[in-house]
Design a protein around this ligand. Structure first.
Ligand code: SF4
Length: 426
């Protein structure tokens, strides 16, 4: 099983692997070396770079099939959901293409019965102490640059009870940290009852004894359910962490991008988070080079980044995705070099901000979960850091330390994107 793209794809792959595992099929995930005769690629179709990576991976395994190294090759996920017809024509060597959300068809195509009683069961691909919990599918937003609603369809919240069943199963298997994900977690419940169910879900998840940390990702600024701020502030299991992509800040660009919120409201929301949740670690994502972005818009974004001092920041350059609102209404007018230069300028500023903030952690003792240990060191995270995307805490020459356990760690050194610490003896 090969998973490309985002953590939502990871969850889909884990659900499929659990089905196969239940039929005593030996499953490997993203194995460098594998003697498996059947390969399933879960693709990403979000932006050009990701699409290219998916196509290259499929071609790599078509090659392996032609060399007789594998017998069967199946492709699923966003790329094949979006381009099924073209892929079928161009890649006849692939046994079958599947879209998103049809795990049942894949299981049947592989010759097994779909086990509907395995609701919530996952074969984890992450270290066993943390897991992504996908709370909904699809998206009802209208962001100009985004193809996801075209691929994943309308927003569909998963039932609170099903998510609790899934979370309890994960907790039973050793998961202590849940990372809540969706295309848009802010909208959770709105499709079911026209009011948010996110607070209800967070509070119920926090009642699961084994779960120690709950982390909220992919929040959307417009219509962010305010009561969630109080849950993050008051619930000891809620990480003081929030991932909320704002994409841009100038009113001109927020309008062109159809983000549904202006500069003033965006800044008020961030200030509200920070006043209600002292020490909150805010991760955001920005997009530069969208058609219509002027030098003045970019300067406004740069100043916003310098003033706001986000704790964690990711940046993308605009990708002209066919059938999106932007592609249907604008030319891809900004030169790729200018796009990249704008991204580099923002990331340079963020590096300095991140170093500054990390230095403020020195001499502080923090609760750290250990994700990984090698001969030289142990690698962990604080509640302010999400796996795979944020800072790590490095503990050199660790003794008697276990992956998945929590330790008090005194921070002794800080870099731009990592901290160094030493264990505090109990
Ligand atoms: S919120 Fe906007 S950017 Fe995110 S998936 Fe939905 S349409 Fe795309």
């Amino acid at each position: 099983m090969i998973t490309l793209g985002c953590s939502k794809n990871t969850v889909d792959s884990e659900k499929l692997m659990a089905q196969l595992n239940a039929h005593a099929v030996q499953v490997q995930h993203n194995a460098e070396q594998s003697d498996a005769r059947t390969v399933i690629i879960n693709t990403c179709g979000f932006i050009n770079d990701a699409k290219q990576e998916s196509v290259d991976t499929i071609l790599e395994y078509i090659n392996a099939k032609e060399q007789g190294l594998i017998d069967n090759l199946y492709v699923m996920g966003c790329l094949s959901e979006r381009y099924a017809k073209e892929l079928k024509t161009e890649m006849p060597e692939v046994d079958q293409f599947f879209g998103v959300n049809n795990i049942e068809d894949i299981v049947k195509a592989l010759g097994y019965d779909y086990k509907s009683n395995l609701v919530g069961e996952r074969l984890l691909s992450t270290p066993s102490h943390y897991a992504y919990l996908k709370i909904a599918e699809g998206c009802n937003r209208k962001c100009s640059f985004c193809a996801i609603p075209l691929i994943r369809g309308k927003y569909e919240s998963f039932a609170v009870d099903d998510l609790l069943t899934e979370a309890k199963l994960l907790a039973k298997h050793g998961v202590k940290e849940l990372l809540l994900i969706a295309q848009d977690t802010s909208y959770y419940g709105m499709d079911i009852q026209k009011s948010s169910l996110l607070t209800t879900l967070l509070e119920k998840l926090s009642e699961i004894n084994e779960i120690e940390w709950i982390r909220l990702h992919y929040a959307y600024p417009a219509g962010f359910p305010k009561d969630v701020i109080d849950v993050i502030a008051s619930n000891p299991k809620m990480c003081k962490y929030l991932d909320i992509p704002v994409q841009h800040i100038s009113d001109n660009m927020l309008k062109i991008m159809r983000r549904g919120l202006d500069k003033k409201k965006t800044i008020e929301l961030i200030e509200n988070f920070r006043s209600k949740i002292p020490g909150l670690s805010i991760r955001t994502t920005l997009l530069v080079g969208h058609p219509g972005e002027t030098e003045a818009d970019f300067e406004e974004l740069y100043n916003f980044v310098c003033d706001t001092k986000f704790d964690r920041l990711g940046i993308f350059t605009y990708s002209h995705e066919e059938d999106t609102y932007a592609a249907r209404h604008y030319k891809d007018s900004i030169n790729p070099g200018v796009k990249q230069e704008r991204a580099n300028i923002i990331m340079k500023a963020q590096q300095e901000i991140s170093l500054l903030k990390n230095r403020q952690r020195i001499a502080h003792t923090m609760k750290v979960v250990i994700d990984n240990i090698d001969d030289a060191a142990a690698y962990g995270r604080t509640q302010y850091d999400s796996p795979e995307v944020d800072n790590e805490v490095i503990i050199n020459n660790p003794e008697n330390i276990k992956v998945g356990s929590f330790y008090d760690v005194k921070i002794i050194e800080a870099g731009e994107f990592d901290l160094e610490g030493e264990l505090v003896k109990p």
